[in-house]
Write a protein that binds this ligand. Sequence first.
Ligand code: NDP
Ligand code: 2IT
Length: 444
Amino acid sequence: MKAKEVLDNLKRRFPNEPEYHQAVSEVLGTIEDVYNEHPEFEKSNLIERLCIPDRIFSFRVTWVDDKGQVQTNMGYRVQHNNAIGPYKGGVRFHASVNLSILKFLAFEQTFKNSLTTLPMGGAKGGSDFSPRGKSNAEIMRFCQAFVTELWRHIGPDTDVPAGDIGVGGREVGYMYGMYKKLARENTGTFTGKGIEFGGSLIRPEATGYGNVYFLLQMLKTKGIDIKDKVVTVSGAGNVAQYTVEKLISLGAKVVTMSDSDGYIYDPDGIDREKLDYIMELKNLYRGRIREYAEKYGVKYVPGARPWGEKCDIAMPSATQNELNGDDARTLLANGCFAVSEGANMPSTPEAIDEFLKAKILYAPGKAANAGGVSVSGLEMTQNAQKLSWSSEEVDQKLKDIMANIHAQCLKYGTQSDGYVNYVKGANVAGFMKVAKAMMAQGIL
Ligand code: NDP
Ligand code: 2IT
């Protein structure tokens, strides 16, 4: 396999899908050597079978807004690969959603899920529906309409959706309710459900907590203590909130959070009380992060991302390509020595090159943010056993899984000079498991 040829071919066959090309390119560049050590892979054209999704569903979603007007959106589910378990991955509701974005996310999910040690394949779904400014009733009607199409393609052992941008506990609840009405079964086909109807404790916290657990593992390799370290976080949603919560509890100082309109800089650090305010602002009132700056009298920078602020550690937790080459150079010039990604593919290829060149601790999303889907996997196990575990039990399992993912990265990513290339480590470890599973199951 020549990575460039495979990529050129995919670009020709699937034009105008830049995010998908970017995600594939990043993986192919790091697995080429190990792939070529296995001639049996090439003989069965494993690489194309792994890069092209198994199937994609797309459908129109029709719903009625509060003014009585009939609206349409597009809905999708990309079932990428089920070699190691049922298709599994979140659902994203955001105006920017298109097939390129969902194909990149489903591709990444396949490798991420492989790393979790749990039996889950990779998928992603979503809609270009924007939850921004919508009433609760509109959200419910949209979720119900979306599932009216989606439900045929999912099930507890075939495909299990969850949340992502714009989809949290409220949306999962509405989707699961409609799913049950149509499918007439109660086996937990969604994860991230409410605690009263089969959800797992720690699922809301899992992505953010997991990212911090992964960061702690990386810091340990250098003997660095997290206490008093200055951290910049982007985003103010599910992942960012619980990243900040865990960082505060460990004595780190978080100085930024952001949303799609801008970022706040709080030189004193966001403490527990201020975080509670943000959670209420974002989760209850769907407010803007700007309001934090007004309430606490700190700097707000509209239309910008927080990477210009001096920090020891950066944790991008909003969206893809939110940290570019210039941002990376600024972070490095300011002394940043660790980057751990809560979001999926937040750093551009140029930014990743800068981090690797500077040999800082850099964890790609598919390793660092795997805690969310890991606890989703644990939710599936609890549902199958018809019991629920305590917070302590789930949290301990999450810590163990993140430590295991870190160990896999060390195994496959440690270079001869001792530097750990977590990008290569995560990609090779994730790839080898899926590849072996595919080979064992024949040409499909
Ligand atoms: P939320 O919808 O809860 O929050 C998203 C946050 O990012 C909001 O602050 C939002 O701002 C901001 N944001 C979204 N889109 C953009 C954009 N285009 N430009 C700038 N800011 C943006 O989502 P999550 O916290 O769940 O997801 C955040 C990231 O983490 C995503 O990349 C997701 O794929 C990834 N992830 C999520 C997991 C999960 O379990 N939820 C698991 C693993 C990864 P605003 O409030 O203005 O919309
Ligand atoms: O990107 C992700 O890993 C998620 N949005 C969570 C997926 C899941 O199935 O919990």
